[in-house]
Design a protein around this ligand. Sequence first.
Ligand code: NAD
Length: 487
Amino acid sequence: MQRFQYYIDGQFLDGEARFPSVDPASGKEWADLPEAREGDVDRAVNAAEQALYNGAWSKMTATQRGKLIYRLADLVAANAQKLAVLETRDTGKIIRETSAQIAYVADYYRYYAGIADKIEGSYLPIDKPDMDVWLRREPIGVVAMVVPWNSQLFLSAVKIGPALAAGCTMVVKASEDGPAPLLEFARLVHEAGFPAGVVNIITGFGASCGAALSRHPKIAHVAFTGGPETARHIVRNSAENLASTSLELGGKSPFIVFADADLESAANAQVAGIFAATGQSCVAGSRLIVERRVKEEFLTLLKGKAEAILIGAPLDMATEVGPLATRRQQEHIAALVDKSVQSGARLVTGGHRPGGEGYYFPPTILDCDGVNSPSLVNEFFGPVLSVVSFETEAEALALANDTHYGLAAGVFTQNLTRAHRLMKGIRAGVVWVNTYRAVSPIAPFGGFGLSGHGREGGMAAALDYTRTKTIWLRTSDDPIPDPFVMR
Ligand code: NAD
């Protein structure tokens, strides 16, 4: 068993308790992990508070902070392969994807390293002749970051990067499933030379560790990625400490294909949109909305591609679909597919758990035309695509918006004016036209409705980790006049 520690106040610790991590490819325990409970959460938050107000970090210039983030980015790039192997081992996400994604994580840190000394205050053209008034931008405070099991290094980078640029200190809670790569990343934070307490990385269970962290009285902001039900707990907890929240939640994203689209290209994008990362992606394009007259042609194309996917060991570079991260996830997906078939949905391909070890589930397509299938409403967070068809553009738009979520959408058409109408009409935080699943540190990302609020990526995300302070300076030497009149 490989043994991991967590990182509080610049020290690597064993934790109040220990628990095992399971390799999803074999279903066997492979790592021994530390479990933080209320005591360690409290230590970590206190360390972050000390670092924010009293430590070396609080005295650094923004440029010095930026240099430390650059150093961290270089260390992530140099250790990308090692981190990728750990993430693949601990979550089952294929090595092809983790290697590319973690190399790109370094670019997220670089982007925010550059932003550190570009966060500016302002001077206000105030309406009083004897006053100078400025806005200072200060770090928002100690930030709690709670992330889910898929892509923990990426989903934490989009929080840690901007928060460091803004000068915050933080406690990052890795998911109880697959936290090994984030615990290993703590070693790079240490090596980069961040002062103790600036970045604390712990792991533990949601109901104990996550809840204690998100309601801690010294937390100013909770940055959360996960499911809507957990988000409700976090928001209720924020009633205790009155912390602000940013919530990146799930989705049931529409993928619209018009008859005039390049169907081969759209089919490849749909495969990426639903089967990459074994469908465990918040932006999964899980509802295919296809124009009726090309539905059969498009489904035949997709079925061929889905059945040609190489399912295998996640550490093998050739593998295209690996196991799901947990048995819980595998059972949830199997149950929802069964319920959908019982409701009348037709299995085009896949749908059944294979025998053997590991938490595998094959690429699955459900034809839901004319059926009130639960698969059109509920998030699988797995490799399952639900299909409906339309005749008119208005019908396509209505189907796309028929969801409480609003994270992402894809539109495939060669018709430029139609593409513009749809990108305006679709209610989602990200709309991709003739492409899917593209991200960048420069582009904000986030959802509408049940997909959450707040944006990650871009300059605005760094500003969200600041609060303004208004400074008034009276420039007159005359005595203050009538004290009973507000000036
Ligand atoms: P989850 O909501 O169960 O868990 C996420 C994190 O919250 C974990 O660290 C967990 O320990 C913690 N947690 C659980 N209960 C808590 C509580 N009461 N208080 C505080 N923290 C608590 O999500 P999951 O199953 O790990 O991940 C899957 C979900 O994440 C999906 O819904 C997916 O769509 C979503 N997701 C969203 C994005 C995005 O950027 N929008 C990205 C990836 C995943």
